[in-house]
Design a protein around this ligand. Structure first.
Ligand code: FE2
Length: 277
């Protein structure tokens, strides 16, 4: 089975929020064309962080759906942001915003949000959930106390500032883990990656950032782990196997002065894993 994957689109960094919906749709259409692979497969995984505006995220999926028969996605922390008073008034809470988006896009046939459920698709079991960081890296490897890491997160990181009405971080993480406990699947997708993901660079030196953004997956896949784990959150590109799990990350990330061309959607062939079967 072939599938395509992408994540961390952060669409509002690439396409301005226009007053004219038609103008914005055209720009999103062009953006989608610019990231399509030469020969798309029929299945796409999106690892969350579409962007800060539902009206953009919706059209992103809409135009991808013209190409892909099936789209599986999870939401990222940015898909829960309420960045303005207007948004707070409109959606009331982070979940209100995320649910509005999910309800709208899943009305398109073949578009599925993974939230602790498993789909049978082309002979594969597809599972997923957003997942959430639990500070485990900072506590275990970076010498932080629970209190110190929570204070740092509370004082300095945007998730706390732009989320409204979500559970406290550690409880949120427990809820996400509970959703996937005992899950059996071949391909798993989450926005936040597990501790074992082979990240590039030493994030541990940067104010404990790794500790914020990973979670300890021990005791989740008690009946066997997935063969492929697609994730995002870190703006990196990873295609690497660690202890029988192939980790795939293909993040577009923020547009900056240095980063002006978005990464294209990548294709992966499950047959590449045959040697591990
Ligand atoms: Fe993220």
């Amino acid at each position: 089975m072939l599938f395509d994957y992408i994540g961390d689109i952060h669409l509002d960094f690439w396409v301005k929020l226009e007053h004219s919906p038609a103008k914005m749709r055209k720009k999103i259409y062009d953006f989608v064309q610019s990231i399509l692979p030469e020969h798309p497969s029929d299945t796409l995984f999106v690892a969350g962080d579409f962007g800060h505006y539902n009206q953009q995220s919706y059209w992103f999926i809409f135009y991808l759906k013209e190409v892909y028969e099936t789209i599986f996605f999870v939401c990222g922390n940015h898909d829960y942001y309420l960045g303005s008073k207007t948004m707070k008034k409109k959606y009331h809470s982070s979940n209100g915003r995320a649910n509005a988006f999910i309800d709208e896009v899943t009305q398109m046939e073949g578009v599925h949000r993974l939230d602790g459920n498993v789909h049978e698709h082309k002979g594969m079991r597809i599972g997923g959930a957003d997942m959430w960081y639990d500070f485990s890296h900072a506590l275990r490897y970076e010498g932080f106390t629970q209190r110190a890491i929570q204070e740092l997160w509370w004082n300095e990181f945007n998730d706390r500032k732009f989320h409204e009405g979500l559970l406290p971080t550690l409880e949120h993480s427990d809820v996400e883990k509970e959703k996937v406990r005992d899950m059996v699947c071949d391909i798993f997708i989450s926005h936040v990656p597990p501790l074992q993901i082979p990240l590039k660079g030493n994030y541990a030196t940067e104010r404990g950032e790794l500790g914020f953004y990973l979670f300890d997956p021990a005791d989740i896949f008690t009946k066997g782990h997935p063969r492929v784990w697609i994730a995002g959150h870190f703006h990196q590109h990873i295609n690497e196997e660690v202890e029988g799990i192939r980790y795939l990350v293909n993040s577009i990330g923020y547009k900056t002065k240095e980063h002006t061309i978005p990464s294209r959607i990548q294709t992966f062939d499950m047959d590449e894993l045959e040697h591990t079967q």
